[in-house]
Ligand binder design. Sequence first.
Ligand SMILES: [Zn+2]
Length: 172
Amino acid sequence: MPPLDASSAPADAVSRPAALAYIPISAEEAAAIRAGRPDAYGAAPERVIAEGGPAPCRCCLRNIEPGEPMLILAHRPFPALDPYAETGPIFLHAEPCAPHDPTVPATGICRVNKMLVKGYLANDRIHYGTGRIVHPDDLPEAAAELLSDPRTAYLHVRSATNNCYQFRIERA
Ligand SMILES: [Zn+2]
């Protein structure tokens, strides 16, 4: 049996459209927040009862339904503080929920808004020129196009009207 090496990969593997991963905040981070970890500003998350209206949970990427307890907290979806590390409000189910499956396009979240999609470089700074506003149904196609540029390391998706961070998209 010949040794396996890179040349044994199917020739069409590189020509298919890149698969995407729709990444919520991690289950570990959600658990830490629910256990009382301070938010990005060092404050305790606010615990309230959802009253209705759009309230996307950033763990399961589903809407938090009226009557469900939820947390409101400041979130910084970047690994370190630098001038590009925007911090803002997010919602989270107060009780444990099943994290979103990254292989499923997260086009059901925040459908009352269009989405702001923005590319970042590997150093977590904006890849200028990549930002665009898309309808949720058009997100997978727009994301694939933006990530076809090898300089773009990942995308952030935000509400186009409220600028709230929703989730991250990477190459799968
Ligand atoms: Zn949830």
